[in-house]
Design a binder for this molecule. Structure first.
Ligand code: AMP
Ligand code: TRP
Length: 326
């Protein structure tokens, strides 16, 4: 199977990104043909720091490697280095109804945040994402829940293209993890954990033990005393139980049993220690890679070359099908 997924370079990668996306990538890379992209062209549709941008891209490559992506098995590359992504995006623009873009949840949320002063790129964002996916004849797109709607749109665009110009694109499908597809913010468990929000809302994969303990200690819960999973009535505790379950590979019911005589404070303390322990290998690997920029750049270069071969052949096929001048 061909697998494609991507993450934007801006913001800190948090445990939501890990459980929603990267953990699935690591599991998929052994038996599939995988491409993992750092989607810098998506990131520029929201305000960003120009001076820091390139180092953020490199940092994300380090994050992918620290989290277990194996460059011998998967292709890792930077989106803007393979120009066929933007080229296909333009071609797909011509067959994507405006109304479909305007109804996208992420667009509505982000444009509100940008006080309706958003650029056209924010609206067209899902077309670029469709181009990323379709360019490689992708079967499966491993993502968190918030990206499901965008993958469905990519599938609709592929269907429309195939109908208008003849069979060209594979129809992609989103793959969400069974648990962890939507990790909630620890400071406001009614919203999803988000890297563009305040640092108290997420646990970064590379937070120091001190920060992890502090953030979990002040995680928002409820006024009751029982450690029980109930997503609507007890969203805070339920989110913490989900995180505990994902990190310990234990069932939520078993954790509830184990914790039944414990206070919220004690539960939080054991969760914080579990997070510190489980994230330690990521921190170590990252520190080792931070001083190896040349090596990381080489991996991205090789990835770019491999991705370009696939992308060039696909874009030629698409332009032919559309009847463009050859
Ligand atoms: P982003 O942070 O928007 O670049 O998202 C990168 C990947 O992480 C996408 O596959 C998202 O669906 C996933 N993701 C982002 N936030 C969460 C979250 N709170 N819980 C689970 N998955 C998430
Ligand atoms: N839009 C995705 C996000 O914000 C990132 C992304 C861009 C992506 N292109 C993609 C994810 C292609 C999967 C496949 O998280």
């Amino acid at each position: 199977m061909r697998i494609f997924s991507g993450i934007q370079p801006t913001g800190s990668l948090h445990i939501g990104n890990y459980f929603g996306a990267i953990k699935q990538w690591v599991d998929l890379q052994d038996k599939n043909d995988c491409l993992f992209c750092i989607v810098d062209l998506h990131a520029i549709t929201s305000p960003y720091e120009i001076k820091e941008f390139e180092s953020k891209v490199l940092e994300k490559a380090i994050v992918y490697l620290s989290a277990g992506i194996n460059p011998e098995k998967a292709i890792m590359f930077v989106q803007s280095k393979v120009k066929e992504h933007t080229e296909l995006c333009w071609l797909l623009n011509s067959i994507t109804p405006l109304g479909e873009l305007q109804r996208m949840t992420q667009y509505k949320e982000k444009s509100l945040k940008q006080k309706k002063k958003e650029c056209a790129g924010l609206l067209n964002y899902p077309i670029l994402m469709a181009a990323d996916i379709l360019l490689y004849n992708t079967d499966i797109v491993p993502v968190g829940e918030d990206q499901k709607q965008h993958v469905e749109l990519a599938r609709d665009i592929a269907k429309r293209f195939n109908h208008l110009f003849g069979e060209t694109f594979t129809l992609p499908q989103a793959q969400l993890p069974k648990q962890g597809a939507r990790i909630m913010s620890i400071s406001n468990p009614k919203e999803k954990m988000s890297k563009s929000g305040a640092p108290e809302n997420y646990i970064s994969l590379f937070d120091s033990p001190k920060d992890i303990r502090k953030k979990i200690k002040s995680a928002v819960t409820d006024t009751e005393k029982t450690i029980k999973y109930n997503k609507t009535k007890k969203p805070g505790i339920s989110n913490l139980l989900t995180i505990y379950s994902l990190l310990s590979d234990k069932k939520i019911r078993d954790i509830e049993d184990e914790m039944k005589d414990k206070s919220y404070k004690e539960f939080k303390e054991s969760l914080a220690e579990l997070i510190v322990l489980k994230l330690e290998p990521f921190r170590k690997k990252r520190e080792e890679l931070l001083s190896r920029e040349v090596y990381v750049r080489e991996i991205l270069k090789k990835g770019e070359e491999k991705a370009s071969v696939i992308a060039q052949s696909k874009i030629n096929e698409v332009k032919n099908k559309m009847g463009l001048y050859s």
